[in-house]
Design a binder for this molecule. Sequence first.
Ligand SMILES: Nc1ncnc2c1ncn2[C@@H]1O[C@H](COP(=O)(O)OP(=O)(O)OP(=O)(O)O)[C@@H](O)[C@H]1O
Ligand SMILES: Nc1nc2c(ncn2[C@@H]2O[C@H](COP(=O)(O)O)[C@@H](O)[C@H]2O)c(=O)[nH]1
Length: 187
Amino acid sequence: MGIIFALYGPSSSGKTEIQKHITCSNLPRIITATTRAPRNKEIDGTHYIFMDNSEFQNQILNNRFIEWTEYNNELYGTLKSSIEKLVAENKCNSIILDLAGILSLKQLHQNVFAIFIGANIESIERRLQIRDNTSEELEQRILRAKEIELSEEYLQVADAIVWNNDGTDFSETLEKVKKIITNARTN
Ligand SMILES: Nc1ncnc2c1ncn2[C@@H]1O[C@H](COP(=O)(O)OP(=O)(O)OP(=O)(O)O)[C@@H](O)[C@H]1O
Ligand SMILES: Nc1nc2c(ncn2[C@@H]2O[C@H](COP(=O)(O)O)[C@@H](O)[C@H]2O)c(=O)[nH]1
């Protein structure tokens, strides 16, 4: 049965970078939708399906999402059209979600393997400071990491946990994630 490898964790912990390196024909990634503005170098249809608020609301009304959530005043969701074909074909895939998304997906599918990608608050602050954030967004993301995304409760649902702090060689992190995926696929 195809496994959905769902990466989650605090902002800037390394989820996107990891997903970029694990994606291949054998492990395609599910592209989710959001109302937030694209960051530098983010491409519509590659990093996210970018939508304005009314389009997103319209998709909700038409029951097009299998799950959706609000994160720092923006909407994020998984379109049925992005995931259903892969699931029907029993193909393993990866997706980046928040905890609400993981919980929804776990209710809908038995074969969701949640990998928490963590980083300590110092790494998170440093990485967010060099990204194209507004100062308000920066503060919101740091606060959310401190109060929610690094809490014990947030980690509880994880099937595997990988810490990717500054000072950890990224290739080491990647090897750990790849090993977790290989083990889950062969068990
Ligand atoms: N081990 C590491 N050491 C130093 N920098 C790292 C490491 N891993 C990732 N980074 C850097 O941290 C930044 C944030 O990574 P990434 O965009 O993958 O985070 P994310 O978890 O997807 O964040 P968000 O949820 O906010 O989109 C990137 O610039 C990435 O290159
Ligand atoms: N429940 C969902 N969460 C999602 C989805 N797509 C992304 N995310 C999560 O949102 C936050 C913010 O993302 P960012 O790109 O603005 O940093 C992050 O935790 C993502 O994991 C989704 O479709 N559903």
